[in-house]
Write a protein that binds this ligand. Structure first.
Ligand code: T3D
Length: 258
């Protein structure tokens, strides 16, 4: 394994990015941000990549901000604006689906980074902690937007105010994440799902993320109009024609749009 803070490995059309500071539970340093964002940018422009999986090395997914890393002489707002906001926005603008394979504890910005991915699969021993209140901060890396939308205000408030550890199975029960699998099966399951998604119409999956996110800020009629507008674009593209032709010809489709 390399010393890179973000390791990169391709499995066919699936790119796996592994946060790699296991001795500090993959907590985020500026140096790690400086590898992670370019790694996502590189996946975004690489036509061979049709799905990204993000996971952590060792026993944690990520413990959020590294609290040793220049906390005292830095404006925390600047840190969030300059590092976490671009990271969260990058995930939401990826042209391919992004899966989080949460292998262990995900705390603070580490939790919300995972929750901002399109689909979250967690190992049974994993957990999610909104650790911010314990150090007198508020949720960041998208947490204020994501939590109430994922699990409702009551759960969001309790998770954010207590900072209690939420085990993966409970996270699944309340709708915070998609699936829990046995620890030993995590990467196999994540890669199987990612490989399946990679064979699907990539551009349509990215557009699906966009219309669902956009609809959260729209009323019903406006969401219906937005669906029509995006559907007009999707319907005219290669993949929709291919999908319909393949269905009618009873053959597997070959999707290429990205
Ligand atoms: O600058 C800003 O703050 C703005 C941005 C904020 C975004 C944020 O993410 S704020 C939230 C930051 N994260 C936390 O507050 C979580 C702190 N960590 C923990 O609460 C616990 O470590 C965990 C619950 C995640 C795991 O607990 P446990 O008992 O399994 O492990 P541990 O023994 O606490 O940690 C293992 C090692 O990792 C330990 O180092 P050592 O003693 O072996 O040398 C520990 O200090 C280190 N570690 C864990 N989390 C962090 C960390 N080192 C630096 N920063 C961390 N966040």
């Amino acid at each position: 394994m390399s010393d890179d803070l973000v390791q990169c490995a391709d499995h066919g059309a699936v790119r796996v990015l592994t946060l790699n500071r296991p001795q500090a539970l993959n907590s985020f340093t500026r140096a790690m941000h400086e590898e992670l964002l370019p790694a996502l940018d590189a996946a975004a422009v690489d036509e061979r990549v049709r799905c990204v999986v993000i996971t952590g090395a060792g026993r944690a997914f990520s413990a959020g901000q590294d609290l040793n890393d220049a906390m005292s002489d830095v404006d925390v707002g600047d840190l969030v604006e300059q590092l976490y906001k671009p990271l969260a926005l990058r995930i939401r603008s990826m042209p391919v689906p992004v899966l989080a394979a949460v292998n262990g504890v995900a705390a603070g910005a580490g939790a919300n980074f995972a929750l901002g991915c399109d689909i979250v699969i967690a190992a049974r021993s994993a957990s999610f902690i909104q650790a911010f209140a314990k150090i007198a901060l508020v949720p960041d890396c998208g947490g204020t937007w994501l939590l109430p939308r994922l699990v409702g205000r009551a759960n969001a408030m309790a998770l954010a105010m207590t900072g209690d550890k939420l085990p993966a199975e409970q996270a699944q029960r309340i709708g915070l994440i998609w699936r829990v699998v046995d620890d030993a099966a995590l990467m196999d399951e994540a890669l199987a799902l990612a490989t399946r998604l990679a064979a699907m119409p990539t551009a349509a999956l990215a557009a699906t993320r966009r219309v669902i996110d956009d609809a959260l800020a729209l009323d019903y009629a406006a969401a219906l109009s937005h669906e029509a507008a995006v559907q007009r674009t999707m319907g005219a593209a290669h993949d929709a024609k291919e999908g319909i032709a393949a269905f009618l010809a009873k053959r597997p489709p070959s999707f290429t749009d990205r």
